[in-house]
Design a protein. Structure first.
Length: 340
């Protein structure tokens, strides 16, 4: 069976996902696209796909069985709620939504539907290196995880579009999610420190240093730098009771020439996580073909949103800001501490 998909938002990641759904993966066909920039949607539409005038026309089309949301974060809530109301499985790029109230509304709608429909685009969970790192921690041979050092560096971000809140409510959400997932834990509170500003980002609050206090007592430090110039550099190291487990350097060809011996650094997220995005969609297609969703859930999107909100508060208060979650609805499985 071929899953017929409609894509909302045909910017950078929308185009990349259309490429993988069209040229890389099987069992799926992009039958429709839409974007507030209709010319961009038309240019991105694969042969035979319909260009819809707006998201609601795409979501309600009988030809669209499942929906992929790649619009900007603040637009996600309305599109998620429409997809859930239509009973269609939906892949939503991170951030799930941009406020706690919106996350609760989406969770309530999904719970009323009675089974999971939403997968959130936390692609790191599908990366082979992160999966091996988690297997080592879960295996328990190194003892309990005590500290996690997470480094998240972007070469640059789109000027004008990427604002000072975004290191905390757009970029940090990946580190928040991967910390919860790797450590099978929840974030209980957040501190933020803002060091000397990089001159490369103008007025942007960049870099930022974030400390996540996990419910178990483990600590996670996160460096977010979004104008680091040299490439897209993601690092992670977990210090446990009797050993340390870290992500490896990405395999890359070793070049030797007059400038020395070196390995290339990925340019951006598209290159660094190319296989992870492919795998997240393989798993999404499988679940969506059965009318449901697996992987990162609305609950995970909610948790990351709360961390982002607390981080924004902490950047101003310069002190600890608590993260207070509602009780986990049964739809999303047991509480994190019991899940591992
Ligand atoms: P982008 O600006 O390149 O593209 C977004 C597109 O969505 C634009 O073409 C815009 O016109 C369209 N759009 C916005 N609001 C819309 C609406 N209401 N209806 C229809 N179209 C609308 O941005 P991008 O970099 O592609 O990011 C899109 C989303 O993907 C964001 O939520 C971002 O956080 C996420 N993202 C995730 C990753 C990842 O690593 N998982 C990487 C990049 C972006
Ligand atoms: C972007 O939206 C992503 O999700 C990338 O993975 C992240 O590294 C970048 O900082 C975000 O802006």
């Amino acid at each position: 069976m071929t899953l017929r998909v409609g894509v909302i938002g045909t910017g950078m990641i929308g185009q990349d996902h259309i490429r993988r759904l069209t040229e890389v993966l099987s069992g799926v066909e992009v039958v429709g696209v839409t974007d507030i920039d209709q010319a961009r949607a038309a240019a991105a539409a694969p042969g035979g796909a319909e260009v819809f005038a707006n998201p609601s026309a795409l979501i309600s089309s009988s030809n669209v069985q499942a929906v992929v949301i790649c619009s900007w974060g603040p637009a996600h809530e309305e599109q998620l709620l429409a997809a859930i109301a239509a009973g269609k499985p939906v892949f939503c790029e991170k951030p799930l939504v941009t406020s706690e109230a919106a996350a609760l509304r989406v969770m309530e709608a999904e719970a009323a539907h009675g089974r999971r429909l939403v997968q959130v685009g936390f692609m790191r969970r599908f990366d082979a290196d992160y999966r091996r790192l988690k297997a080592v921690i879960d295996g328990g041979r190194l003892g309990a995880p005590l500290m996690f050092h997470s480094v998240h560096r972007n070469a640059s971000v789109p000027g004008g579009l990427y604002t000072s809140d975004m290191p905390l409510n757009d970029t940090l959400v990946h580190d928040a999610d991967i910390s919860r997932w790797l450590l099978s834990d929840e974030v209980a509170g957040v501190e933020v420190r803002v060091p000397r500003r990089s001159s490369r980002g103008g007025e942007l609050r960049d870099p930022v240093f974030v400390l996540l206090h996990m419910a178990s007592g483990a600590l996670v430090d996160v460096e977010i730098s979004v104008n680091i110039a040299y490439g897209y550099d993601i690092r992670g190291e977990v210090s446990c009771e009797t050993g340390v487990a870290a992500l490896p350097n990405r395999p890359a060809t070793v070049i030797s020439d007059a400038n020395g011996i070196r390995q290339a650094i990925p340019e951006d997220w598209r290159e660094r996580f190319i296989e992870a995005y492919d795998q997240e969609f393989r798993e999404w297609i499988l679940a969506a073909s059965h009318g449901t969703a697996t992987g990162p859930s609305t609950w995970d999107g909610y948790a990351a949103t709360l961390v982002a909100d607390a981080a924004l508060r902490a950047a101003f208060s310069n002190s600890f800001e608590a993260v207070k979650m509602i009780a986990k609805p049964g739809l999303y499985g047991p509480p994190a501490a019991l899940a591992a």
